[in-house]
Ligand binder design. Structure first.
Ligand code: 6GU
Length: 272
């Protein structure tokens, strides 16, 4: 997978060189190019923003540097502007709090795309014509990582890259761990639930014991215990997820655990 990031803060992306993603970059499974938007600002001050038409607070990123940046990064020699071919399989991702929610299914979809170009906006966003124009040339997604406002798209892009790249084959040490985690879709996944707690050695730590069943070697009992814990924790921290569970996905035991945790069998929270 190839990633291009266009930003006024290239230093912000140093973290892609570390941890699992950094190792995948070193192996050549992922290539990352970070581009400084100011390289395409031609005035002495390398201005990339201006006041909004119609008035109001904040600044808007000017279209010209963005147009040239996308021409250079996406077009093989300016072809982006010249209506020539866009690199096969490329998509443009624009992080914005006004975008559609970036969630695990979006991450899984994007993990299947060979080339992602991230356009990080600052201030009050990028002149809207840049996105309209780009939509005539390649698929564009405006994405938000949650209902809060960041000063810029950079941290959101780091989050998206981490979520996407850990789904690529070979990036996680254990091929099953991505599929099996909260929101994953693997054989061991707790579909639609968050994961319960995990334990490792020592069996007794500061007087606290590891739950006995996990030491039993009884795989059926362990799976049941983990599902109970996942149901309890999801009921406590994410009642919205419990309410969204399809009724037919719940066994009698599941419903009992949920009802003990304060949920009616309809999936509604009856605790308050
Ligand atoms: Cl993608 N960008 C900004 N600036 N703020 C956000 C966001 C993105 N997602 C949530 N808040």
């Amino acid at each position: 997978m190839r990633l291009d990031i266009i930003t006024i803060f290239p230093e912000y992306f140093a973290p892609v060189q570390v941890s699992l993603i950094g190792k995948a970059v070193q192996r050549g499974d992922i290539s990352v190019a970070v581009h400084d938007l100011r390289a395409w600002a031609h005035d002495p001050h390398k201005t990339v923003d201006d006041t909004p038409f119609g008035g109001g607070p904040g600044m808007v990123m000017r279209p010209e540097p963005w147009g040239e940046a996308l021409d250079a990064v996406l077009g093989n020699g300016g072809e982006f502007r010249a209506q020539g071919p866009i690199p096969e399989g490329a998509e443009l991702i624009v992080p914005t709090p006004a975008g559609a929610r970036f969630d695990q299914s979006a991450a899984a979809e994007l993990a299947g795309i060979p080339r992602l170009v991230f356009a990080c906006g600052r201030y009050e966003g990028i002149d809207a014509r840049v996105i309209s124009y780009a939509r005539t040339r390649l698929p564009v997604r405006e994405l938000s990582i949650g209902d809060y406002v960041l000063a810029g798209g950079e941290p959101a892009v780091l989050v998206m890259i981490e979520a996407i790249c850990r789904l690529l084959p070979g990036v996680l040490g254990n091929a099953e761990s991505a599929a099996d985690d909260s929101f994953g879709a693997g054989a061991g996944a707790m579909h639609g639930l968050v994961e319960g707690p995990a334990y490792t050695r020592p069996r007794n730590w500061r007087g606290l014991e590891v739950p006995e069943v996990l030491l039993s070697g009884n795989h059926g009992a362990i799976a049941r215990f983990r599902r109970d814990e996942a149901l309890r924790r999801t009921a406590l921290t994410r009642p919205d997820l419990v309410a969204a569970l399809p009724e037919e996905s719940l066994s009698a035991r599941d419903r009992q655990v949920l009802s003990e945790a304060g949920f009616a069998s309809s999936g509604e929270d009856v605790a308050h």
